[in-house]
Write a protein of this length. Structure first.
Length: 48
C-alpha cells in the first residue's frame, strides 16, 4: 500500500536505505551519481 513504511529487512535486489541516501546525496550530476553507485557496489561486492 502506498505510504507504508518500508520493511526492516531488505529483499535480494533491493537497495538498503543507507545506500539510497548516500547515492542520492552524491549530487545532481550523472558522474557524481555514477561514482557513488560504483562505490556502493564495490563496498558490498563481498555479499554476492
Amino acid at each position: 500500500l502506498p505510504g507504508q513504511l518500508l520493511p526492516a529487512v531488505s529483499l535480494p535486489g533491493q537497495l538498503l536505505p543507507a545506500v539510497s541516501r548516500e547515492v542520492l546525496r552524491a549530487g545532481p550530476t550523472v558522474a557524481a551519481l555514477r561514482a557513488a553507485a560504483e562505490r556502493m557496489r564495490d563496498a558490498v561486492a563481498y555479499l554476492a
